[in-house]
Design a protein around this ligand. Structure first.
Ligand code: UT7
Length: 332
């Protein structure tokens, strides 16, 4: 029997309107547009400012747009997986809240926590439910409101992050397209270098954790940078070798958008040029689980059926991974 593949059949996205520019950040901390552009490559990021709005609101908007674009009624969806590290609440799962806000009455749903690799881990998971033959429509959404955990008095982290959400629809196909393979890895001994120290069971919220600013992103940037370059490049090159993909055959690399220098280093190791790489870091910064689907959204009109694409990410955990997929549709 022919193998069932999980094909991405649409992309939806939501970005808050507010643009936090480098000039504005320069008024908050001791930095400059020049430093941020040279060392990171971010010009502005979107911030969800509306009182009471959270990750689920951005994700629900992305899902509603996806349903519209793919002509899917909410009742048809079997499963929704939300990759996030900025859940609305510790519980219930943000995925449950998104399902309610988007009217997915027949879907079960859960959150997946893998930081910047969240979308890759969630896409791997969702595709298995399609490949098993059990489900016909699975939504994978990557959403993060990083502004909720960013310390705007820390110049080493606050220029990096932004808010956003994007979602893809997975559907079965017997054609040789869709998600072909994944290589996902973790090394929990890297957890100390990039983390939110308090707010979980290890260090529940207290006056002390608040005074110590332990509810914000903590990062040892240089260490994370080093591991990000080597691990992302390793899995991406391993995927190319495993499937005999020559650099000129690859239509697109879709890298996690954390730092333009990391993206360039990974592309160099893969032997590909910048015009084979999806880049939108300058507009949105690092939106954690949303970076990769936001790239697919921005470049959707340039994608053709059969395009060979490698997604690659690295993040807190440490977590990292690569997915090889063949794009399933021509521009609509
Ligand atoms: O998405 C999850 C994965 N995360 C990442 O991949 C992020 C990985 N790390 C990075 O992207 C980079 O390490 C950073 C962008 C965070 C920092 O860049 P860097 O080139 O590694 O800088 P650094 O930490 O080595 O700092 C160099 C200097 C320091 O000053 P001194 O000690 O040399 O005087 C910093 O204090 O740059 C200083 N610095 C800044 N200066 C102006 C750090 N942040 C800033 C800033 N503006 N915003």
């Amino acid at each position: 029997m022919d193998k069932i593949h999980a094909a991405i059949t649409g992309v939806g996205a939501f970005l808050p309107e507010y643009r936090l520019t480098n000039d504005e950040i320069s008024k908050l901390v001791d930095t400059t547009d020049e430093w941020i552009m040279q060392r990171i490559g971010i010009k502005e990021r979107r911030i969800l400012k509306e009182e009471g709005k959270a990750t689920s609101d951005m994700a629900a908007e992305a899902v509603l747009q996806l349903l519209k674009k793919t002509g899917t009624s909410p009742e048809e969806v079997d499963l929704l997986i939300c990759a996030t590290i900025t859940a609305d609440n510790p519980f219930p799962a943000t995925a449950n809240i998104i399902s309610d806000k988007a009217g997915l009455k027949n879907a079960w749903s859960f959150d997946l926590s893998a930081a910047c690799s969240g979308f890759i881990f969630a896409l791997t998971t969702g595709s298995k439910f399609i490949e098993s033959g059990q489900y016909k429509k699975v939504i994978v959404v990557g959403a993060d409101m990083m502004s909720a955990i960013t310390n705007y008095s820390d110049r080493t982290t606050c220029p990096l992050f932004g808010d956003g959400a994007a979602a893809v629809m997975l559907e079965p196909t017997l054609e040789d397209i869709g998600v072909i393979d994944h290589i996902n890895r973790v090394d929990g001994s890297g957890r100390f270098y990039l983390q939110q120290k308090a707010g979980g069971s290890a260090r529940p919220a207290s006056y002390k954790t608040i005074d110590n600013q332990e509810h914000f992103v903590y990062q040892e940037g240089q260490t994370v940078f080093k591991f990000a370059v080597s691990n992302m490049a390793d899995v991406a090159v391993e995927m190319m070798n495993k499937h005999g993909i020559q650099s000129e055959d690859l239509a697109w690399l879709v890298p996690h958008q954390a730092n333009m220098r990391i993206i360039d280093a990974v592309a160099r190791r893969m032997g590909i040029s910048r015009d084979q790489v999806m880049i939108n870091i300058q507009k949105y910064g690092n939106t954690t689980a949303a970076t990769i689907p936001l790239c697919l959204y921005d470049y959707e009109s340039q994608l053709k059926k059969g395009d060979k694409i490698i997604l690659a990410a690295f993040g807190a955990g440490f977590t990292w991974g690569a997915i090889y997929l063949k794009w399933a549709y021509d521009p609509k």
